[in-house]
Design a protein around this ligand. Sequence first.
Ligand SMILES: Nc1nc2c(ncn2[C@@H]2O[C@H](COP(=O)(O)OP(=O)(O)OP(=O)(O)O)[C@@H](O)[C@H]2O)c(=O)[nH]1
Ligand SMILES: [Mg+2]
Length: 245
Amino acid sequence: MKSVTVLLPTLDEAEGIAEVVPRIPIEQLRASGWMVSILVVDGGSDDGTIEIARQLNCKTMRQHGRGKGVAMRQGFSAFLQSGDDALVMLDADGTYHPEEMIRMLKALEKADVAVGDRLKGAMDPDAMTRVNYFGNHLLTWCAVALYGVPMHDLCSGYWAFTRRSIRTLKLNSMRFEIEAEMYTSCVLEHLEITHIPIRYSKRLGEAKLGSVKDGWNILRKLLVRRIFKTPPHSVEGEGNLSIEQ
Ligand SMILES: Nc1nc2c(ncn2[C@@H]2O[C@H](COP(=O)(O)OP(=O)(O)OP(=O)(O)O)[C@@H](O)[C@H]2O)c(=O)[nH]1
Ligand SMILES: [Mg+2]
């Protein structure tokens, strides 16, 4: 049997986590050769998210510092220590469909990294604001223009990775620019990306992303990584959990 970590970042997602975790297709994955463990990295929820996650048999971890980027990097480090073979990450807000991770994992037979593509997939009419829809297309276009490697949905929060690709990624993002940096690192480290059309639905609970500020941070990250290909590993302090090889 192979083993997969399902990584869920949470910040006040009591409603979302209670819906998302039970929908992870553990039995179907087991039937296709995958043992599943679920890791929740929490950013300081005070709405009972952690308690619900524990009741649902998830491993839970409080992140150091703040931001989704910090949480993901901490989750990646824990994954590498766990010895699992693959990692799937998705938001814990009910926007992504856990059932689709079977297709995402299958795609790892032919690529290092699989990215869920909302923009060419089935997007529910009320799932994304117009500003976010436009911003997602614009940022994806900028990424391809700067790096020249196909990307269909830069800011997708649904990714699957082989163990080798997580070991290879070089990241230092703090917030919502983490996915853009994952793309740049895949390109710079020559990891093969495949794109899987997915469904995207309206989130449960409240959004934490601020469209304009976070959009600008994402663009800035694309530009910075184009010039400085590796993040500095030497910085001490909270959140600088760079992934070492
Ligand atoms: N651990 C942790 N998780 C976070 C933090 N900020 C956001 N998240 C989680 O990251 C995921 C994505 O955050 P969202 O607020 O949904 O951002 P988004 O999906 O880009 O934006 P929407 O499309 O508006 O939902 C959710 O599961 C959040 O709970 C944080 O600081 N720490
Ligand atoms: Mg979301």
